[in-house]
Design a protein around this ligand. Structure first.
Ligand code: ANZ
Length: 847
């Protein structure tokens, strides 16, 4: 019976909110301060799950909070609805990916509505609608105009299972992020976005976010961008016209270079062995074949025995003319730096391992035992005044003996003019010398690669480019956008290594309007991370067919004030969105350079300590929990389950506890018997203090995302209110109404249906969601109160609730002001006052 009334209350208020349009964001004329609250939009993979329940609860709490604080709040929702799962499901069933996608969207939409999320539904978007992907294509053309979208042939990550390329960011531990298949390298011509042009800004602007984004996420982004600072050094190669450049973070160690290594799979390696003796060439080819089957992860593993082939060629060290043997070895990667290194085994562990494996010389050029602080070392002497050799000697530490490279600070030796300099000064000096001689220059290098955006799949945004027979590539004119996806009818979507769109003859074959030439459409679709890189701006103008977004609206609402989502997006999505934001800034369309001012990462909902999954059969189903306990109990259960960023074990969550709490809160509103316009003055002091302490603390609790603490505090206040009703003061005490109204207004963040119902029962008009939070009365915020006893002529006349830390004078003043004390004193003469704060005030009287 209770459950059916919970569902009736739910339905009643959900209908009210929809009819009333309670959660629509105010327009340009709304003068309240604005807040843009956003949860990462969902992928329509099926029903909502418990992860969604958590994610959208948190953003909803924040959105509701700012409405109560007098803000005009935007909290929109849409679907990230292109992508592989829809396509794979369509292939399995021989259906249209559209059907699966939009059916799931409808289902999830119902889920959100029955969960009581305060979305502005008028801005709903789906990235798979032509009205949306039109603007992906526009964005592509803009990037192309600015030289930021380009095609190149290079080795790409290829998922043999999904038969499509993957961005670097989508390869996790050498495997496809989606399906887990081992990723291989394939040489293909593909479209790229030039994110590397923005590497410095993407890195440096992270400082703006310090304190507002989780530290871990900032660090992951920094590592991903991976800026190294050092020098490019040119080496002449014997018998080759052009010098070869290497990148080094340690140009100070140039005198310690004893050999030279090229990546076996770099073109340079094949070129260098082209004229080598047959035997060398064969050995190299054999090695190369092996290397091509090795993942980059394995190649970088430090514990792997070093392998390589001597190419019987030599490089000349630009600082001393020494001949360095050139090796091909797989610990050097083809696509980092210049694909070749100067090897300094004394000071680089990888080079040292290699030198020891192949018996190559090791030359120390930094004395790491030398002090670098400038202070003279203290030399201990024995009884005869002979120095005790306490400092470690360089001989004992020689890397060829210890096998440990000397990577620490020290002073330069065996390095000509650099001798005596500290490592840091030597780096700067070496770069000056190289620059002066024209054999090198300061250089930076990044781990970040350009963003590969072509995908050989159907269910995505068509790339708006045309290919002429003569090889010209022609952008589709803006006024001909969107290039819509063709019907799926007659197309074979199964992975074949080429885009299924290529087979849609009547779609692929078209005519270039300008020249009248027959042309072919680019058959690839865009990585769906393009869709999500700017969607937060589309919400601001989601119904416009004239612009991607209105810059005036962006100026009003963006950047997003609070962004809520999973830490699994710490790199990919957030990096791409930051990049596109900077491009739009450079285009003059927005006036900010970071899209998300603050970021909240939620933990996972787990069961019995394990991640929930269909295959493990340990799923807690959102819809089942919702049907059984109701939206509010589910929301309370989740909010109370622990700190936002922690994983929450559903086995530890008491849903019946959540239900009971809500029933107790609701019952309070039924019991309140004071009139709706009663003044909140007087009444039970302890309850008033409880209410005002919560009023004082709650804003900071929400702003610091301590939602679980807020629930606990609400539970406390519900109990205290009940206790007050039961203990004499009764339901007519204005303090009881004050507490119950406060509970209703705050409970709206967590349990909005119950809150609306309470508010109505208490005699108010809906919606409680738009009621401002009251200020706490500072006089009621005294902490740790104790009871002080006031005696007059040896008799207890009054008991006072006072702060534990009250002073003697203040306590005496309070006692003298108390009506009961005034009455007891009458017109007697006070002969002596004894005050023992905070416990006793005793008046000795005469007459
Ligand atoms: C000489 C040297 C001496 C180096 C020394 C280091 C220490 P990070 O910090 O990751 O940027 N390197 C350059 N290109 C490479 C490639 N394609 N594959 C593998 N290693 C490569 O590393 C930069 C250092 O990694 C460079 O500095 C180079 O080795 C190596 F005591 O140059 B160094």
């Amino acid at each position: 019976e209770e459950s059916s009334s919970v569902h009736a209350i739910q339905a009643k208020w959900q209908k009210y909110w929809a009819d009333d349009e309670t959660f629509l964001a105010g327009g340009a004329e709304d003068t309240r301060p604005r807040k843009y609250v956003l949860a990462m939009f969902p992928y329509p993979s099926g029903d909502l799950h418990m992860g969604h329940a958590e994610n959208y609860l948190y953003s909803d709490i924040v959105a509701r909070f700012w409405r109560h604080r007098g803000h005009n709040v935007l909290n929109p929702i849409g679907w990230d609805s292109f992508g592989l799962p829809a396509e794979n499901a369509a292939i399995r069933r021989g259906a249209d990916p559209r059907e699966w996608t939009y059916q799931n969207i409808a289902q999830q939409k119902e889920g959100f509505k029955s969960y009581g999320v305060s979305f502005d539904w008028t801005r709903e978007l789906h990235t798979s609608d032509p009205e949306y992907y039109h603007w992906n294509q526009w964005l592509f053309l803009k990037l192309h105009e600015r030289g930021l979208a380009y095609r190149k042939k290079s080795p790409v990550n290829w998922c043999p299972n999904d038969q499509t390329v993957l961005a670097n960011e989508q390869v996790v531990d050498g495997r496809c992020e989606r399906c887990g298949a081992e990723v291989i390298k394939k040489k293909l011509t593909q479209w790229y976005f030039k994110i590397t042009d923005y590497a410095d800004r993407l890195l440096d602007d992270l400082n703006q976010l310090e304190g507002s984004w989780p530290h871990k996420v900032l660090q992951m982004q920094r590592n991903w961008i991976g800026r190294s600072v050092g020098a490019d050094v040119d080496f002449v190669i014997e018998g080759r016209d052009e010098p070869v450049t290497v990148f080094s973070t340690r140009p100070d160690t140039l005198h310690g270079a004893t050999f030279f290594v090229v990546a076996p799979d770099a073109e340079l390696a094949s070129e260098l062995v082209a004229d080598a003796p047959d035997e060398v060439r064969e050995r190299f080819q054999e090695y190369l074949a092996k290397v091509q089957k090795t993942t980059d992860i394995d190649r970088q593993a430090t514990d792997r025995p070093k392998t390589g082939v001597f190419l019987e060629r030599y490089a000349i060290n630009p600082v001393n003319g020494e001949k360095l043997p050139i090796w091909a070895a797989d610990y050097v990667l083809a696509d980092y730096g210049h694909g070749a290194v100067m090897a300094v085994p004394a000071h680089d562990q990888r080079d040292l391992d290699f030198a020891r494996a192949f018996d190559l010389p090791v030359k120390v050029v930094v004395d790491t035992t030398a002090p670098i602080t400038g202070a003279m070392p203290v030399i201990e002497v024995d009884d005869e005044g002979v120095p005790i050799d306490t400092l470690p000697s360089l001989d004992d530490q020689h890397p060829s003996v210890t096998g440990v490279a000397l990577t620490g600070e020290g002073r330069m030796i065996n390095s000509g003019e650099l001798n005596g300099l500290s490592k840091r000064n030597a780096v700067a000096r070496a770069i000056e010398q190289l620059t002066a001689k024209g054999t090198g220059r300061a250089a930076k290098n990044y781990r970040l690669r350009d963003w590969l955006i072509s995908r050989q799949r159907f269910w995505g945004t068509p790339i708006p480019m045309l290919h002429a027979e003569d090889g010209r590539i022609i952008p589709v004119p803006e006024d001909q956008l969107p290039v819509k996806l063709p019907s799926v009818e007659g197309l074979d979507l199964s992975p074949k290594g080429a885009s299924p769109l290529g087979a849609a003859e009547s779609w692929v074959r078209t005519v270039d309007q300008a020249s009248g030439d027959p042309v072919l459409r680019d058959p690839d679709t865009m990585d769906t991370f393009v869709d999500s890189s700017w969607y937060f701006l589309r919400f601001l103008s989601s119904n416009s067919d004239q612009v991607a977004f209105d810059p005036a609206e962006a100026a009003r609402w963006a950047p997003v004030d609070s962004y809520v989502g999973g830490v699994e997006h710490a790199i990919l999505h957030l990096l791409y969105a930051r990049f596109i934001t900077k491009v739009l800034f450079d285009m003059g369309l927005i006036d900010f350079t970071e899209p998300f001012s603050s970021l909240i990462n939620q933990g996972m909902v787990i069961l019995d300590g394990a991640k929930m999954s269909k295959s493990k059969g340990n799923l807690v189903l959102f819809q089942e929990e919702l049907d059984k306990f109701g939206a509010d109990a589910l929301r309370v259960g989740l909010a109370f389950a622990g700190p936002v960023e922690d994983d929450k074990d559903w086995a530890d969550v008491s849903m019946t506890g959540a239900q009971k709490f809500l029933a107790r809160a609701l019952r309070l509103s039924h019991d309140v018997s004071s009139p709706v316009d009663v003044l909140f003055k007087g009444g039970d002091a302890a309850l008033r203090r409880g209410t005002h302490r919560l009023l004082a603390d709650a804003p900071a609790l929400v702003e610091h995302t301590k939602f679980n603490v807020l629930v606990a505090r609400l539970m406390e206040l519900v109990n205290l209110t009940r206790k007050t009703i039961d203990s004499g003061a009764g339901a007519a005490d204005p303090a009881v109404r004050e507490a119950t109204e406060t509970i209703a207004v705050m409970l709206d963040l967590i349990a909005p249906h119950t809150a609306e119902e309470m508010w109505e029962i208490l005699g108010h008009e809906p919606s409680v969601a738009l009621v401002s939070w009251r200020q706490a009365d500072p006089t009621l915020l005294v902490e740790d109160s104790v009871t002080a006893v006031v005696q007059v002529g040896g008799k207890v006349r009054a008991q006072l609730e006072v702060p534990a830390r009250i002073g003697e004078a203040e306590l005496e003043a309070l006692a003298r002001a108390d009506e009961r004390v005034i009455r007891a004193l009458g017109d007697k003469e006070i002969v002596r006052v004894v005050v023992r704060a905070p416990k006793i005030v005793s008046f000795a009287v005469k007459g």
